[in-house]
Design a protein around this ligand. Sequence first.
Ligand code: 4AD
Ligand code: MG
Length: 430
Amino acid sequence: MNVSISEFKDYVGQAVTVSGWLYNKRSSGPIAFLELRDGSGWTQAVAVQKSLSPEVWSAVEQVTQESSVVVTGTISKHPKKENIFELQVADLRILQLATEYPIAKKDHGPDFLMDNRHLWLRSRKQWAILRLRDSIIMAINIYLHQERFIKIDSPIFTPNACEGTTTLFSVPYFDLGTAYLSQSGQLYIEAAIASVGRCYDFGPVFRAEKSKTKRHLTEFWMMDAEAAFVEHAGNLALQEGLVRFIVRYCLEHCLEELTILERDVEKLKLADNPFTRYGYDEAIKKLNELGSDIKYGEDLGNDDEGLLTKDSTVPVFIEKWPKGIKPFYMKRDPNNPELVLNDDLIATDGGGELIGGSQREENVDLLIARMKDEGLNQADYEWYLDTRRFGSVPHSGFGIGLERTVRWIAGVEHIRECIPFPRTIGRLRP
Ligand code: 4AD
Ligand code: MG
């Protein structure tokens, strides 16, 4: 019977077959302890020479790290540890005998590991991150559907910028000139809400970011959500609801992964409480008090985000920023036309910015004026301006960076470990 390691608890005492890879091997004379992994988990298989045929024992002796194997044996409970099972080997067949595996148990530098990313993914920590990432994607999809959003896909080749022209990747596009890789699908899902009311996209986006930091990728995944008839306060409530749902979902489904990652789950539990809110002006004041030399009108740097959240157990919203440092589509604050109705959500534990969101300017003339200020070519955006000419409504939305979220929940230091094959300014391979 073929069984996966994650199902072992249901088959104690039974003979089963597992197909997978050898992770590690320790031998002491006539006994070998084989650590096997099959994608669903890890288990120890115990091979005892005297209970095996000479051919099988010879395969046990021969098998190398990362060889692919099919192992048959009986599942037993670990003599001491709760919820841990072992396989008493009766048969072992090598599908392919691996040549010397480059990733040994010793510490390797990050460049070596990144060059071998295709193999490094097999390690326990990377396995845990991949699974956590999948659960976060799942949580986002579930939450949004509970909130009556549907998924709309937005294009990746686009004729114009969404988030400013300085971080665009351009691609030659047949006779039509230059296409740009999408920085965010927001403008497209803004158009789609007039059809379906609430929708989101979730896919890769691209930024030619010159930033060499632990939180910047040139290709990353973003979920952009947009809702008709939702204003600034409702927008913040949706964002908070989403992030708290993700935290709860991961605590419920990913305890094993979080344990492997040595994430402090008590801290994560605390994050599922009402979020703190600062106005931008308050945040600047607080930062100055804490010793930062940031000035009113500047964007928050990495250190500022860390400083502002260092004593917070919950993520922090910074809302209502000066319009000059934010994109053209954000709605002016009716109480102060120098500000916009937007927010950045900053995570705890050095997680940095997870979300950028805002209410959108729904007045076509004000929108055109803002585009002029930004030096954008109106002709490129005529289709977008139509959304304000035919039944414009108050509406809001936000974008959450998937890898930033994975990095925060996993408690991983560098974002390059939060996507299977990272792309940064210095890396395009493998
Ligand atoms: O704050 P951003 O630039 O917002 C937008 O793109 C809006 N159009 C979203 C919207 O309202 N629909 O990006 C959103 C999030 C950031 O908060 C951050 O989590 C992530 O995307 N992000 C990055 N993640 C990794 N590498 C980068 N270079 C990133 N730039 C932004
Ligand atoms: Mg932002």
